[in-house]
Design a protein around this ligand. Structure first.
Ligand SMILES: Nc1ncnc2c1ncn2[C@@H]1O[C@H](COP(=O)(O)OP(=O)(O)OP(=O)(O)O)[C@@H](O)[C@H]1O
Ligand SMILES: [Mg+2]
Length: 203
């Protein structure tokens, strides 16, 4: 099987407002341009259909993640790049879906709580801090950051494009994408992204 036929799950985890959906928007066209089939399971969308009716208790959050993981597994074994973009605050259930799927790239979308509060993309932090929303991750519910993610996207220091490029560089290195991209434009981009990736590897 050529690298381009390999499926993989890219699992983005991070606080609300850290940048999971934004990075996904940039990542999808980059992967499609490389001939991959791509499917996105975004937390917000999933909660309106696949996980409709689930709440935010630990049990319901874990059920939500298991469902997303189940679909990602089906896609991955059929050669698709499945991108999960959900907060997924609990380490243990992330580990569980990692083990089930195997071809699994965990991306820590990293931004401090202060930054996410400042961004307050959806206005939810304001409500959570005012006590109007219970069990809000980072404010009144836990977030357990990954210990050994394959990629860290520090969205306080990178642009969304750089963050997405870092993931692409990792996928190439791990053998999920062809490296001989061909055109001059791609060559320049490859060089750039690999530099970004090397920087990330430094201690
Ligand atoms: N490097 C970056 N990557 C992603 N987003 C960034 C970056 N730098 C700044 N941002 C900004 O941060 C915000 C991230 O919001 P986004 O909706 O993507 O978060 P999210 O992680 O999907 O949150 P939620 O869990 O609530 O869906 C956007 O306003 C985006 O423009
Ligand atoms: Mg989102």
């Amino acid at each position: 099987m050529s690298n381009n036929d390999r499926g993989v799950t890219i699992w983005l985890t991070g606080l609300s407002g850290a940048g999971k959906s934004t990075i996904t928007e940039h990542l999808v066209p980059m992967l499609k341009a490389r001939g991959k089939k791509v499917e996105v399971l975004d937390g917000d969308v999933v909660r309106t259909n696949l996980s409709k009716g689930l709440g935010f208790s630990k049990e319901d959050r874990d059920t939500n993640i298991r469902r997303i993981g189940f679909v990602c597994n089906l896609l991955t074994r059929n050669g698709v790049v499945a991108i999960a973009a959900a907060i997924s605050p609990y380490k243990a259930v992330r580990q569980e879906v990692r083990e089930m799927i195997g071809d699994f790239v965990e991306v820590y979308v990293k931004a401090s709580l202060e930054t996410c509060i400042q961004r307050d993309v959806k206005g939810l932090y304001k409500k959570a801090l005012a006590g109007e929303i219970k069990q809000f991750t980072g404010v009144s519910d836990p977030y357990e950051p990954p210990e050994n993610p394959e990629v860290i996207c520090d969205t306080e220091r990178e642009t969304p494009q750089e963050s997405a490029a870092k993931i692409v560089a990792y996928l190439k290195k791990a053998g999920y994408l062809e490296t001989n991209a061909g055109t001059e434009e791609n060559f320049i981009e490859t060089e750039k992204t690999e530099n970004v990736y090397l920087e990330q590897e430094l201690p």
